[in-house]
Write a protein that binds this ligand. Sequence first.
Ligand code: 13P
Ligand code: ZN
Length: 272
Amino acid sequence: MKNIIESPFVVDMMRMTANMYRMGWDERNGGNISMMLDEQEVKEYLDIDSSIRAIPMGFEAKPLIGKIFIVTGTGKYFKNVEFDPENNLGIIRIAPDGVTANLLWGYSDGGRPTSELPAHLMSHMSRLAVNPENRVIMHSHPTNTLAMTYVHELDEKKFTHSLWEMCTECIVVFPDGIGVLPWMVCGTNEIGIATAEKMKEFRLVIWGQHGIYGCGKDLDEAFGLIETVEKAAQLYLMTANMPRVNTIHDNELVELAKAFKLNYRRDFLYLD
Ligand code: 13P
Ligand code: ZN
């Protein structure tokens, strides 16, 4: 067996969590990531049929039975992952009953997957149904995005529109817009169900006064979506108390959509 600490998936998680911590988005244990792994690849490092312990999940994930995920641990700090991956990360395989996760590696101090596992696994199910290539669900607390949820109406059309106006690239990066949920108690099945419902339609979901979810075929894609929203939110806040002299107008967003051949939420523009 090869050394799992040198596997591309553990190394990528170490680099991504360190980067997100340094962005200032993941204070303390804030944020969590799950990434679905390829069974054949994992077999080079682990016996995928041998479980260290069984972890009850408290919800059903039948479509994911047998699937393997690397997941950040609950209460673990992103800043520490790169120095002690075996304690701060875990690799789980969804058991045949669909309600238990078998721990294959990690959480070495007896830990568990993130408290947001319902939102992660339910969102994986939603995304895989629309895009079989999806592998990553990422949750974070980016500062400006979070701040914007305090001063901007939590309305999907209005929130998306305000972000699209802030950078030319926004509509190109997330033409499908951004789903928005009101503040809810985190770490519950309820917020998981609500997030996964939005994930059927959107690759980005805001949690009011909490943070954001993004997804993608790899870590870079999920990160890139969140990073683009965060940049736009920063520009929104920097200019929020100044007279708006210039903006990107809706007819210009339509031109962009044509130029980049975007399948976009035209109903999120204010056209006559
Ligand atoms: P965990 O430490 O359980 O991953 O929770 C962090 C978080 O961001 C909750 O929303
Ligand atoms: Zn959170």
